[in-house]
Design a protein around this ligand. Structure first.
Ligand SMILES: C[S@@+](CC[C@H](N)C(=O)[O-])C[C@H]1O[C@@H](n2cnc3c(N)ncnc32)[C@H](O)[C@@H]1O
Length: 251
């Protein structure tokens, strides 16, 4: 279900306490391109992840030395797909990936982080205060429970949350018609698209396409599955245009 390449999920409590070697390495050159004059702020977030994030079991200790490449830069390059001033909802933010990273890289964005687990929303709320980010709202809840509570988004992001059919079912209702789901995926993106095409259509999504972010900047570039929301479908119901067709698999 989740992509093992993105190991920043829940490592669970009981991981070793981070030592000095767990602190994030120096930022790579790509980080300056992604964060520009917000690089220092990104560095403070990296430090927060490597310390409190590890201690609270939100991120595995093995991730700490590779936070920049695998997490901050990897997520930050997705900003190139988001228009200026967009409203963004990040579903299943965990410790803030990619939503909090995007908020740092792009202060013009209005970002809502949706995360059901209190342990994680507490961390996110604290990070927002410590990093003095004024473009983030943290909402505790499951994506499917907060529809109507958050404004219809221009862009809904997600990384390592669920397979594409389930993800589309959670995320497309949070987007405005014409808005987009940007799902960070690994090497299985094309297979997932093929497997879940019917479900995505039934949920009001257009044809999914694969975009590569950070091409020429990072290797490999970040793979993003992009789905435009073409019509609104009441969650739990199939769209009128697909009714009568083959029943889609719903996560
Ligand atoms: C593997 S973690 C990934 C966290 C983060 N996106 C990352 O890449 O590090 C999956 C996250 O999705 C959250 N999640 C699971 N089901 C969800 C739902 N229905 N709505 C919103 N978030 C959900 C979990 O609580 C968890 O924080």
């Amino acid at each position: 279900m989740t992509d093992t390449r993105y190991g920043a999920g829940d490592s669970g409590p009981g991981d070793v306490t981070p030592g000095p070697s767990s602190f994030p390495a120096e930022p790579p050159a790509s980080a300056l391109t992604v964060f520009g004059d917000r690089l220092e702020l990104a560095g403070r977030y990296a430090e927060l992840l490597a310390t409190e994030g590890v201690v609270r079991g939100l991120i595995g200790p093995r991730e700490a030395p590779r936070l920049w490449e695998r997490h901050l830069v990897n997520c930050g390059v997705m900003a190139e797909m988001i228009p200026a001033g967009a409203g963004v909802v990040d579903v299943g933010s965990g410790a803030g990936l990619p939503g909090l990273v995007l908020a740092i890289a792009r202060p013009d964005l209005a970002i809502t982080l949706v995360e059901p687990l209190a342990r994680r929303t507490s961390f996110l709320e604290e990070a927002v205060v410590v990093l003095e980010l004024d473009n983030i709202t943290v909402v505790r809840g499951r994506a499917e429970e907060v529809v109507g509570q958050v404004p219809g988004a221009d862009v809904v992001t997600a990384r390592a949350v669920a397979a594409l059919d389930k993800l589309a079912g959670w995320c497309l209702p949070l987007a405005a018609v014409g808005g987009r789901l940007l799902a960070m995926k690994g090497s299985s993106a094309a297979e997932e698209i093929a497997e879940h095409a019917a479900a995505v259509t039934a949920l009001g999504g257009g044809t999914a396409s694969i975009r590569l972010c950070g091409d020429g900047l990072i290797d490999p570039p970040t793979t993003v599955v992009e789905i435009v929301k073409e019509r609104h479908v009441v969650p739990g119901r199939r769209s009128a245009s697909t009714r009568g067709g083959k029943r889609s698999r719903r996560g």
